[in-house]
Design a protein around this ligand. Structure first.
Ligand code: SAM
Length: 526
């Protein structure tokens, strides 16, 4: 006895490719006529499917809704369905739609901020998924009739409704299909807590629509748009808590939404580390109140707690919310920015390293005629450049991406490692070529306007960028593994130091800035 392929693909809601994959990996047996044997199919359904025995490749696309019981009734375990549903989605689909449900301990950490509740308090998760936040809100004592949950995923909503029913014995009309980005909603809520979709892959039309609709100069990114909309859905004095990727708190593209956020009273910031299984991204959350009493913000990690002034974040470049820096460290940051300084913005030409498109083809370890040495980021050390390990034919026409050749051939250029959390800078006056793990800048000289030039030498700039204090500042502000031009352009360049110090060392700079190193960090001298 055997079964046709399309009966199986439609019963399990899988693609033909997945089925072939299961046959290839011996999960199922095909007979000589090209059908699946009934025996192997029954065994597979009973013993393998949904029991995590499929190898990763075979499991990837499998999504069998029929295996998940999400009907609203008392008999199935709706909490289990929630976990099963999440596991049944492929990584690709979860990433595309930003579907990562929030683990209970992260919700507990956020709910720590809840005050004592009133009978009438309302609670919303505007993209509730299978209802993790809603169930926790019930446990906290929000009245069932005051709990609201929206989502665009019908299956997740069925599970959320079933969990709600099992927890309360009541059906809810408030947990429903609603697209927060497309539909209008006037009601305001006392508490809105959520983990919105991160990096949802919008199509071009959606991007254009949302850019026009929200038009506040903010990045068309799902998490930023959700934050913006939720800020408008709070009751006066209401509270909003949102779990977000750590990049939300520091990268330049979220600057405008951070500026809007910082107009509300920020009460808590939490570092949740890496809360999602199988995901390396770090998650932080903020909790704000819908009023404007800017005071101290409680900053928490799993093991420590400190407080920061909200005004510190407002004063930071790009409204960076660098809450892992302590109050003492924040003082050093604003102290450094209070010294006379310039920035690199508008005072240099910038260039990227070369992308060959195929290093194996274009680079060689022996030098032939017409070859020139080419250097990688790793060949740059503080203040020096190591011997080359590779050579390249001196003709850029076949390479995938290069800056204008004259930038590489400048008399004096400053080069730095690109993929790094440290600043590692060197001066190149030998017209070297660099691969894209390094970037370069050339200081403006002989321009019409003095404002377009830095009043220090290339050697002085390299010294400054390599100092411990600049590295400390760079890490404390930007917490990044990429040395981006936009971040470098925000750093203070203490040009006055060099006018008063002909010979200089790091100790002189510390003295000039009135700071001292202490326990691996810096503090302002008493
Ligand atoms: C990261 S999950 C979080 C779910 C839930 N808030 C939690 O924390 O467990 C994001 C959810 O947003 C939903 N979603 C995506 N776009 C949406 C939209 N435009 N309106 C409402 N929900 C949306 C997804 O279906 C998904 O369930």
């Amino acid at each position: 006895m055997s079964i046709k392929f399309d009966s199986i693909t439609s019963e399990l809601n899988i693609s033909n490719a997945t089925l072939l994959n299961w046959i290839k990996t011996d999960c199922l047996t095909a007979d000589k006529n090209g059908f699946v044997t009934t025996k192997s199919y029954h065994y597979f359904k009973e013993n393998v499917l949904g029991k995590n025995k499929l190898n990763k490749r075979a499991n990837k696309q499998y999504f069998d809704k029929s295996n998940i019981n999400f009907s609203v009734n008392k008999n199935n375990d709706a909490n289990k369905s929630s976990v099963q549903y999440e596991q049944s989605l492929s990584i690709a689909e979860r990433n595309k739609k930003g579907i990562y449900y929030t683990p209970n301990n992260s919700i507990d950490e956020m709910f720590f901020a809840l005050p004592s509740l009133k009978e009438t308090d309302t609670f919303l998760d505007p993209c509730c998924g299978t209802g993790n936040f809603l169930i926790k809100a019930l446990e906290k004592g929000i009245k069932p009739e005051n709990i609201y949950g929206f989502d665009v995923d019908e299956t997740a909503l069925k599970i959320a409704n079933n969990r709600f029913y099992q927890a309360t014995g009541q059906h809810s009309n408030n947990i429903k299909l609603f697209n927060l980005l497309e539909e209008k909603h006037e009601q305001k809520y006392d508490f809105i807590f959520t983990n919105p979709p991160w990096g949802y892959k919008f199509n071009l039309q959606q991007k254009i629509n949302y850019a026009n609709k929200f038009n506040k100069g903010i990045k068309v990114d799902s998490s930023a748009l959700f934050v913006l909309i939720c800020l408008d859905m709070m009751q006066k004095d209401g509270m909003l808590g949102v779990l977000l990727p750590d990049s939300f708190f520091n990268i330049a593209s979220f600057k405008s939404v951070r500026k809007i956020l910082l107009k509300k009273t920020l009460i808590q910031l939490i570092n949740h580390n890496k809360p999602f299984e199988g995901l390396q991204t770090k998650a932080y959350s903020f909790i704000v109140k819908n009023n404007n009493h800017l005071t101290n913000v409680e900053c928490r990690t799993k093991t420590s707690q400190h407080s920061r002034k909200q005004t510190d974040f407002i004063k930071n470049p790009n409204y960076i919310i660098n809450f892992d820096a302590t109050e003492v460290e924040a003082k050093v940051i604003s102290h450094l920015y209070s010294y006379p300084h310039q920035t690199l913005k508008g005072k240099a030409q910038w260039g990227l390293g070369i992308v060959t498109g195929n290093n194996a083809k274009h680079l060689s370890i022996t030098k032939k005629n017409n070859d020139k040495p080419i250097y990688k980021g790793i060949d740059i050390e503080r203040g020096k450049i190591k011997k080359p390990q590779f050579y390249i034919f001196d003709d850029f026409s076949k390479l995938q991406q290069t800056a204008n050749k004259k930038l590489y051939l400048a008399d004096k250029k400053i080069v730095y490692r690109f993929i790094n959390s440290n600043l590692i800078f060197a001066l190149d006056n030998k017209q070297r070529y660099f691969l894209n793990s390094a970037n370069l800048l050339i200081l403006n000289r002989h321009t019409l306007f003095i404002e377009d030039e830095l009043a220090i030498t290339e050697e002085q700039l390299v010294f400054l960028m390599n100092t411990k204090i600049m590295n400390w500042l760079f890490k404390r502000l930007f917490r990044t593994h990429k040395v981006l031009r936009s971040d470098l352009e925000k750093l203070p360049i203490f040009d006055d130091f060099f006018t008063t110090h002909n010979n200089y060392c790091e100790q002189d700079l510390h003295q000039y800035l009135n700071i001292e190193e202490h326990d691996g960090t810096f503090r302002v001298k008493a």
